[in-house]
Design a protein around this ligand. Structure first.
Ligand SMILES: [Zn+2]
Ligand SMILES: [Zn+2]
Length: 226
């Protein structure tokens, strides 16, 4: 698909959807509200308080200016990309923060880009812009097909994955703990493993069975509760 096609597709009349409701849709949550929400989540998930202290999350004043300042720069950046690469033909999307754990999204129906507040707070400007470019590329290519990375590369994105935030790491950890609650280890090599059920106590360490028992199941290397 050429860029021209992509642009035409973008401008193609969309099917008439439902009539817009007369009541106003829910207002977007403010930066501070999202920040407070993020803080609550990381505290509840037990993220290391020293790491949190470094982020200075209680400094509302600082964050309010920092976050809204970045949004203003994001619009500026979009205009620049639009002018340089698309002849200023793309309509300006709305750019907001969202409560995703990392990265962002592009909502085609609302023509809105959301950027993870958690990621912005933890990783700052460089990842914020990386995600912004990623989502701008999604305006033209919906999927992550090779064409997407072509567009992304042409507007200056690196295409690297969104970073692992404290929030995402804590969420993953909690998920694993909840779903694989049985912690066992091999009595020989002491390597720890997690399983869903206590059936794990019937298994033996594959590494040690291979190494010392010719690949056969050996009682001596049966898992014990850690
Ligand atoms: Zn994407
Ligand atoms: Zn072992």
């Amino acid at each position: 698909m050429t860029l021209k096609n992509a642009l035409e597709r973008f401008y193609a009349p969309r099917k008439e959807g439902k009539k817009k409701s007369l009541t106003r849709s829910r207002p977007e949550r403010s930066e501070l509200e999202l920040l407070h929400n993020y803080k609550k989540r990381v505290v509840r998930l037990g993220v290391d308080s020293e790491k949190l202290a470094e982020l200075d999350l209680d400094n509302d004043f600082f964050w309010m200016f920092r976050l809204s300042g970045l949004l203003a720069l994001a619009y500026h950046k979009f205009d620049l990309v639009n002018q340089t690469h698309f002849d200023s033909k793309l309509p300006r999307p709305r750019i907001i923060y969202c409560n995703r754990s990392t990265g962002g999204y592009y909502n085609r129906a609302k023509h809105t880009i959301g950027i993870s507040l958690a990621m912005t707070v933890e990783f700052g400007e460089s990842e914020f812009y990386e995600t912004l470019l990623h989502e701008i590329a999604h305006i033209l290519v919906h999927s992550h097909a090779p064409k997407f990375y072509q567009v992304l590369g042409s507007i200056g994105g690196t295409g690297k994955k969104a970073p692992l935030t404290l929030l995402l790491a804590a969420k993953r950890k909690r998920h694993i703990e909840a779903n694989y609650p049985v912690v066992v280890h091999c009595p020989k090599c002491l390597r720890e493993r997690r399983y869903r059920t206590r059936r794990a106590l019937r298994y033996a360490c594959r590494t040690c069975c291979t190494k010392y028992a010719g690949g056969k199941y050996d009682e001596r290397f049966r898992f014990v509760l850690a």
